[in-house]
Write a protein that binds this ligand. Structure first.
Ligand code: HAS
Length: 542
C-alpha cells in the first residue's frame, strides 16, 4: 500500500466511523424518546435527535466512507495517487470535515433542527447552511481528485480500456457533480439569503424541487459504491470473475442517466406540479430500476458460474459453495438479499397511485432502513472488514472475522424487527417524523404501540451491532498482528467478450444526461417560478 494514499483514505474512514457511532447514539435515543421509554435531559428533544441521527448517518457516514473506499480502490487499480490528486483529496477532506464540525455544533445547539432533508419552510441558523456548503464544496474537491487520477491513468495508458473500478468511481462522481448543482443552487440562492434575513420569504416548492433533484441521486450516490463492491470485489472473494465487464459498465451508465431526472417521485403528493411532469418522472423512475435488475441478474450469474466451476450440482447447489463463513462476503451478501424486498418496496413507492398510501408514513422509513440502512450499510461494513487491515498493514484475524459474522447477524435481525414493524405500521397509517403522541388515545394510534415496541427492540440490537463494528475497526487498525491483507479486485470473465470502447465516452453520457434533465425539469421549474404563490416565512422546530 502506498503510505500517503493510505493515510488519506484512512482519514476519511475514521471520520465516517465517528459519525457512525454518534449517529447511532442519536438514533437509539430518538427511538426511545419517540416511544416514550425515556426523556433526555437538557431539553434535547425528538426532532433534534432525529436531525443528528439522519445527518450523521445518511450524509456524513456515507460520504466519508465512500471517499475513503473509492480513494483506496483507485490507488489499487490505477497505481499510486499523484501528488496533485492527493493535495486535492486532502483539501476535500479538510473542507468537508470543517463543514461537518460546524454542522454538528449547530445541531447540538438546537439551531439546525430541520431534519436531514432540511427543505423549507423549516429554517436553521445561516451557519448551518454554510456548513452544508462547505461539505458540498469539499466533496467537489474530492470528486475532482478521483476524476484527475482517472485522467492521469488514461493519459499514461492511451487507448486502453480503464479498469472497471475506476470507471465506476468516475460515474459515481459525475452523478454527484450534476446532482449537487441542485442543492448548491437552493442553499446559495434561497436558504442563505433567507436565513440571514436578507429576504423575507422563500419559494417552498422550488426549494423542495431543487432539494429532491439532488436528494434522489443522493441515494444512488450511496448505492453505487455498494454496487462497486458487489460487481468487482465480491466475485474475487468467492473465487470467481466479474460476470461481464460491459454489462457492469452499462448498468452504471444507465444509473447515471436515470438517477437524476426522477426527483418528483418524492413529491408525488405535492400541489403545484402538474400530473404530466410527475408522470413523466414516474416513467423515468421505472427506467432506473432496470440497471438494478441487471445487477441482480449479474450477481446471480456470478454466484452460479463460480459455484458450478467448483463442482456444484443441481439447481441451487451453488449456494453451498459460497463462503458463508467469511465476513467479507457474508455482510454484503446479506445486504444483497435484503435488497430484493427493499427494491420491491421502492417499486411500490414509485407507483403513482400506491404512493398515496405510503407517503409520509412509517413505511418510507422502513424502506430506507432496508436500502441504505441494510443493503448499503452492510456492504460498507463488509468492505471495512478487509479495507482497514489492508490500509493499516495488518492481518484480519479469525476471531475478528467471527465477530464480523455475529455483527452482521445482529444487524440483519435488528433491521428485520425494526423495518418490518415500520412497513406494517406505515400501512396502518402511522405517520413518520412525529414525536410521542397517542392522538388523545385514539384506537388507531394505540394499535401502533406493539410495532413501536418492535422498533425499539430492533433499534437496540442495531446499536449493539454498531458497538461491535467499532470494536472490530479499532482492533483491526491498532492491535491485530502486522501482515498483508488483500484488496480483492476480480478479473472480468473472458467468456463475456470484450467491452466496447464507446462506453468510456464521457461527453456522450453527459450530453444525454443534460437532455434528460432539461426534459424532465425545465418546464415545471419555470412554472414554479412564474406562478409562485407568496413565499413562506421560516418555521422553527425549537
Ligand atoms: Fe427509495 C424514498 C423509490 C431505491 C433510499 N428512498 C426513499 C427515501 C430514501 C430512499 C432515503 O418512488 C426517503 C427520503 C425521505 O426522507 O423522504 N427507491 C425507489 C425505487 C428504488 C429505490 C424505485 N431508495 C432506493 C435506494 C436507496 C433509497 C437504493 C438508498 C440507498 N424511494 C422511492 C420513492 C420514494 C423513496 C418513490 C419516495 C416515497 C415518498 O412518498 O416519500 C429502486 O432503485 C429500487 C430498485 C431495486 C431493485 C432490487 C434489485 C435487487 C438486487 C439484489 C440481488 C440479490 C442477490 C442475492 C443477487 C429492483 C440488485 C441473491 C442471493 C440469494 C441467496 C437469494
Amino acid at each position: 500500500v502506498h503510505q500517503a494514499s493510505a493515510k488519506l483514505s484512512l482519514a476519511h474512514l475514521w471520520v465516517a466511523f465517528i459519525a457512525l457511532l454518534l449517529g447511532a447514539i442519536a438514533g437509539l435515543l430518538q427511538t426511545l424518546v419517540r416511544n416514550g421509554v425515556i426523556e433526555v435531559p437538557f431539553g434535547i428533544g425528538y426532532y433534534q435527535l432525529l436531525t443528528a441521527h439522519g445527518v450523521l448517518l445518511a450524509l456524513i457516514f456515507t460520504t466519508f466512507f465512500i471517499f475513503g473506499f473509492v480513494i483506496a480502490g483507485l490507488g489499487k487499480t490505477t497505481g499510486s495517487l499523484t501528488l496533485a490528486v492527493r493535495r486535492l483529496g486532502w483539501s476535500g477532506f479538510w473542507t468537508m470535515t470543517a463543514g461537518t464540525a460546524l454542522g454538528v455544533v449547530m445541531i447540538l445547539q438546537n439551531e439546525a433542527t430541520v431534519l436531514y432533508t432540511f427543505y423549507a419552510p423549516l429554517q436553521a441558523s445561516p451557519w448551518y447552511y454554510i456548513a452544508l456548503t462547505l461539505i458540498v464544496v469539499g466533496s467537489w474537491f474530492s470528486g475532482a481528485a478521483v476524476c484527475l487520477q482517472y485522467a492521469h491513468w488514461k493519459k499514461v495508458h492511451k487507448g486502453k480500456l480503464s479498469p472497471l473500478f475506476s470507471f465506476m468511481a468516475v460515474v459515481t462522481m459525475l452523478m454527484w457533480f450534476v446532482a449537487t448543482l441542485g442543492v448548491a443552487a437552493t442553499v446559495l440562492f434561497q436558504f442563505i439569503p433567507w436565513s440571514f434575513g436578507w429576504v423575507e420569504s422563500i419559494n417552498i416548492l422550488l426549494s423542495r424541487t431543487l432539494f429532491w433533484y439532488f436528494g434522489h441521486p443522493l441515494v444512488y450516490f450511496w448505492l453505487l459504491p455498494a454496487y462497486m463492491c458487489w460487481y468487482v470485489i465480491i466475485p474475487k472473494i468467492i473465487g470467481g470473475k466479474v460476470f461481464s465487464d460491459a454489462l457492469a459498465r452499462i448498468a452504471f451508465i444507465l444509473l447515471f442517466l436515470f438517477a437524476i431526472p426522477v426527483g418528483f417521485h418524492h413529491q408525488l403528493l405535492e400541489s403545484g406540479i402538474s400530473p404530466f411532469w410527475k408522470y413523466l418522472q414516474v416513467v423515468l423512475t421505472f427506467m432506473v430500476v432496470i440497471p438494478s435488475l441487471m445487477t441482480a441478474f449479474s450477481m446471480f450469474a456470478t454466484f452460479e458460474l463460480t459455484g458450478r466451476e467448483k463442482g456444484a450440482k443441481g439447481m441451487f447447489g451453488w449456494l453451498k459453495k459460497l463462503p458463508w463463513g467469511d465476513a467479507r462476503f457474508f455482510a454484503p451478501m446479506m445486504g444483497m438479499i435484503v435488497f430484493i424486498p427493499a427494491g420491491a418496496g421502492g417499486l411500490i413507492n414509485a407507483s403513482f397511485q400506491l404512493n398515496q398510501v405510503i407517503h409520509n408514513t412509517m413505511w418510507v422509513v422502513g424502506h430506507f432502513h432496508l436500502t441504505v440502512g441494510t443493503s448499503v450499510a452492510l456492504t460498507f461494513f463488509g468492505a471495512a472488514y478487509w479495507l482497514v487491515p489492508y490500509l493499516t498493514g495488518r492481518k484480519r484475524t479469525k476471531i475478528l472475522n467471527r465477530l464480523g459474522i455475529i455483527q452482521t447477524i445482529l444487524w440483519t435481525i435488528g433491521m428485520f424487527f425494526m423495518s418490518s414493524a415500520m412497513h406494517v405500521s406505515g400501512l396502518l397509517g402511522a405517520p413518520r417524523r412525529t414525536d410521542l403522541t397517542t392522538y388523545g388515545d385514539h384506537p388507531v394510534a394505540l394499535s401502533w404501540i406493539p410495532y413501536k415496541t418492535a422498533m425499539a427492540i430492533g433499534g437496540s440490537l442495531l446499536f449493539f451491532a454498531i458497538l461491535i463494528f467499532i470494536f472490530i475497526m479499532i482492533r483491526s487498525a491498532f492491535f491485530s498482528p502486522r501482515g498483508n491483507e488483500e484488496f480483492p479486485i476480480a478479473e472480468p470473465n473472458p467468456a463475456s467478450g470484450s467491452t466496447p470502447k464507446f462506453l468510456d465516452n464521457w461527453n456522450l453520457w453527459i450530453a444525454i444526461s443534460i437532455i434528460l434533465i432539461v426534459l424532465a425539469y425545465i418546464v415545471p421549474v419555470i412554472e414554479m417560478i412564474q406562478y409562485a404563490p407568496p413565499g413562506s416565512p421560516g418555521f422553527k422546530l425549537w
